[in-house]
Design a protein around this ligand. Sequence first.
Ligand code: MRU
Length: 359
Amino acid sequence: MPVETIRWIGERGGHALLIEQTLLPRESTLLEVRSVGEMVDAIYRLAVRGAPAIGVAAAFGVMIGVQGERDRTGADLLGRVRVVCDELAAARPTAVNLFWALDRMRARAESEAAGGADGEGIVTSLFEEGLAIWNEDRETCRLMGVVGAELIADGATILTHCNAGALATAGRGTALAPIYEATEQGKRVAVYADETRPLLQGARLTAWELMESGIDVTLITDGMAGRVMFEGRIDAVFVGSDRIARNGDVCNKIGTYSVAVLAREHGVPFYVVAPLSTFDRDLTDGSMIPIEERPAEEITCGFGTRTAPEGVGVYNPAFDVTPARLVSGIVTEAGLIREPDREKVEAVLRAAGASLSGS
Ligand code: MRU
């Protein structure tokens, strides 16, 4: 695995250990998280970020929040679980994996309590569930890598946006997993990484992790994506996602939509790589996806340097939505959804055993 972004240390009474991503690539530092408040802060600050990693972090946050509470009654502990889940759910609004993981933890606690478990029993089950979410994510990334690698020809050059690699998951990534897999299969693969304004996940994180793995990566600014496609340098675009609606509309880091439009204009296939936990079964289309807005200072004073006049008006949405019609395919652990639409996405979700709500 390229890097280990998030893990659980110890048994009960343990803690989460994260790569502190805000310091990369200058410093490679680990962050110990021992309270729910610290986990909320780590998620909000993007010390841990990327949709699947945020889900794992949330599950670990619940484990941290209940591990000292096992002497409570079952009903009491269930109340505590709900409070902790609400606190973690407020950390960031867009990546649905956060809510998916919390729903899973809450549902596990509810079913244990309904079966008569006491506090000790519920805590034990929540540890099982949280560690399962962590382990499943690693396997899911591996599977997405295998499915996605089939789309990568020997000698291909891939453009990616933001960071959808190992740093965004507990495994080898979403969009970067097929690149790691294709490379291991002996294919020659090169990557162009958009720097990804304003927080530079492409420059700070994608370039760093690909270089750590010895993969040929070239950094460009976001505005150069059109130029490199025009020059014929790009064979395919691979990006991750934070939330996918039931009609195949894809939400991802701000700037992804522009890349998709450029890819269509230049006849470059645009692939999204995402686990089924990134599909929001409750949303009929992408217009319903909540888009996080972040502080103006990320644009006017990024990384401590003022680059815009004091007092200028700023709009800073952290994500955008790419309509399904611009997506050539969605790579999941269950296979490839080619030219996604409502029918195809719902069929995959049904096969995966998901109940579909909404109209
Ligand atoms: O704000 P971030 O860094 O959490 O945004 C991350 C992204 O947009 C990723 O592309 C997305 O989560 C896919 S992750 C595997």
